[in-house]
Design a protein around this ligand. Structure first.
Ligand code: KIV
Ligand code: ZN
Length: 515
């Protein structure tokens, strides 16, 4: 019997972007969107256009560029948000508008300060406003996991009558348990008279580590769209992770009545791309995309896998895109080989100027590193985009760091203020990285708090590039900065400066659920 289709709705660029410091620029969103399209994601939620002019432009740019996936924008259930969202998505080949309003007693009373009947009226009005832009309309009763079932039935019946085509049930605070969530979906589908007119979707948060389990329980009970994110990125503990949902469904076809159209070999490249752009590293033991997900440490396991892979592996590393980290280019590769490899990786630089700048970076890297892999190219392009951050204020010109046993490490840097002068700064510190950050602070005076400093190697080997993430917070605003270099201290300085530039930039978004 033919399997039903399970729609994969990726919200990395909307809910994922609500993770502290994960705000993405237009160029970053375009790169992620192209990768999601390559992976055959059905629906891409590209952002929340009313949150800022920048996000409006990002959603519109994604809507223009992507042809094979539906492009969705999020809007609160008010006319202004819906207009803004409608304008951003209407250029898409296949647009969708997603509107939501909270339905749990606590949200209606404390956050919205609205009576339940007012909430129903507002939701119905929202669907009517949305239908001026598209007939592909998704409605979410926010905090459905803690909403009264009778009330959910009432509001959902009305929004379906008004024209909603997908009903998404969010477990906004990650409170439900799999059996309970599965039965919620079944009950709603059974009790609502016009339930068969829509696609049922779920959106689970991971506060109790149950987002994937809850999503799968919903699929068993008839949900045919799962909202998820690459690497499980998202508000607080995150969302259901796309890779886990897709691979669970695919690996257990004996249980599920449906399958996705995802090209799973694109999963690991997508995971690396999102991790690099957001500065959220992937834990080594993370299912599917963690560095150890297919590593067999114990002798017994290694022996078993060598004799017959399926003794200890339920899916292959190749099937999710591991092991295809191709040796990309070398020192002698020319500009056109560089450009065509970038195109194969889905990277199109906006101008000849930025291609030339990226090519120069590539040549510099090839002087330091014998073999250049696709991951190196991705990092190099991220660096190029980092340089294009709106309102960039500081740029690293040069760095000298000194550390010697028994001596106090120190760093001396030259940084340029864009459109202004160069500054020399220096400091000692407990190590060369500490000295570098102190020196930068002595000239930039951000007075931000350092929340996180982490280093990951992009490829293996001692000549690998280190990718540094720096998370800074100031006045309630959190930003992540990234930098990559074969020299960890230089990568650290670049990451710190990138974070400072973001602190000073307009990459600030309104959280749709914050009001
Ligand atoms: O978690 C949530 O409720 C959401 C909605 C906007 C769908 O993200
Ligand atoms: Zn959410």
């Amino acid at each position: 019997m033919a399997k039903e289709h399970l729609i994969i709705f990726d919200t990395t660029m909307r809910d994922g972007e609500q993770s502290p410091g994960a705000a993405m620029s237009k160029e970053e969103k375009l790169r992620i969107a192209r990768q999601l399209e390559r992976m055959h994601v059905d629906v891409i939620e590209a952002g929340f256009p009313a949150s800022s002019d920048g996000d409006f432009e990002s959603v519109q740019a994604v809507a223009r560029a992507i042809k094979d996936s539906t492009i969705c924008g999020l809007a609160r259930a008010n006319e202004k948000d819906i207009q803004r969202c409608g304008e951003a998505i209407r250029v898409a080949q296949s647009p969708r508008l997603h509107t939501f309003i909270a339905t749990s007693p606590i949200h209606m009373e404390k956050k919205l300060r609205m009576e339940p009947t007012q909430v129903i009226d507002q939701a119905v009005r929202a669907i009517r406003w949305a239908s001026a832009y598209t007939n592909n309309i998704e409605f979410s009763p926010e905090d459905a996991g803690r909403s009264d079932i009778d009330f959910l039935c009432r509001i959902i019946e009305q929004v379906i009558k008004a024209g909603a085509t997908t009903i998404n049930i969010p477990d906004t605070v990650g409170y439900t348990l799999p059996e309970q969530f599965g039965s919620l979906i079944r009950t709603l589908r059974e009790r609502i008279p016009n339930a068969d007119k829509v696609v049922w979707s779920v959106h689970c948060h991971n506060d109790l580590g149950l987002a994937v389990a809850n999503s799968l329980a919903a699929v068993v009970n008839g949900a045919r769209q799962v909202e998820c994110t690459i690497n499980g990125l998202g508000e607080r503990a995150g969302n259901a992770s796309l890779e886990e949902v897709v691979m669970a469904i695919r690996t257990r076809q004996d249980i599920f009545m449906c399958d996705t159209q995802i090209d799973a070999t694109q999963i690991v490249p997508a995971s690396k791309l999102v991790s690099g752009i957001t500065g959220y590293p992937v834990q080594p033991n993370k299912a599917v995309v963690g560095a150890n997900a297919f590593a067999h440490e114990s002798g017994i396991h290694q022996d078993g896998v060598l004799k017959h892979r399926e003794t200890y592996e339920i899916m292959s590393a190749e099937s999710v895109g591991w092991l295809n980290n191709r040796l990309s280019l070398g020192k002698l590769s020319g500009r056109s080989a560089f450009k065509s490899r970038l195109l194969e990786l889905g990277i199109e630089l906006p101008s000849e100027e930025s291609l030339n700048a990226a090519f120069k970076r590539f040549k510099d890297l090839a002087d330091k590193k014998r073999e250049i892999f696709d991951e190196d190219l991705q990092a190099l392009i991220s660096e190029e985009e980092i340089d294009l951050v709106e309102n960039e204020r500081w740029r690293l010109v040069s760095l000298t760091a000194h550390s010697e046993t028994g001596e106090l490490p120190y760093a001396k840097l030259v940084v340029a203020e864009i459109g202004g002068q160069e500054h020399v700064c220096q400091s000692d510190g407990s190590g060369p990285v500490d000295a570098t950050f102190k020196a930068l602070e002595s000239v930039c005076h951000s007075e931000a708090t350092l929340l996180l400093y982490s280093v990951n190697n992009i490829t293996s080997g001692t000549d690998a590039q280190g990718e540094v993430t720096v998370r800074l917070s100031k006045a309630g605003r959190i930003v992540n900065g990234q930098g990559a270099d074969t020299d960890i201290v230089v990568a650290s300085a670049k990451a710190y400066i990138n974070a400072l530039n973001k602190l000073f930039s307009k990459l600030q978004r309104l959280n749709p659920q914050g009001s």
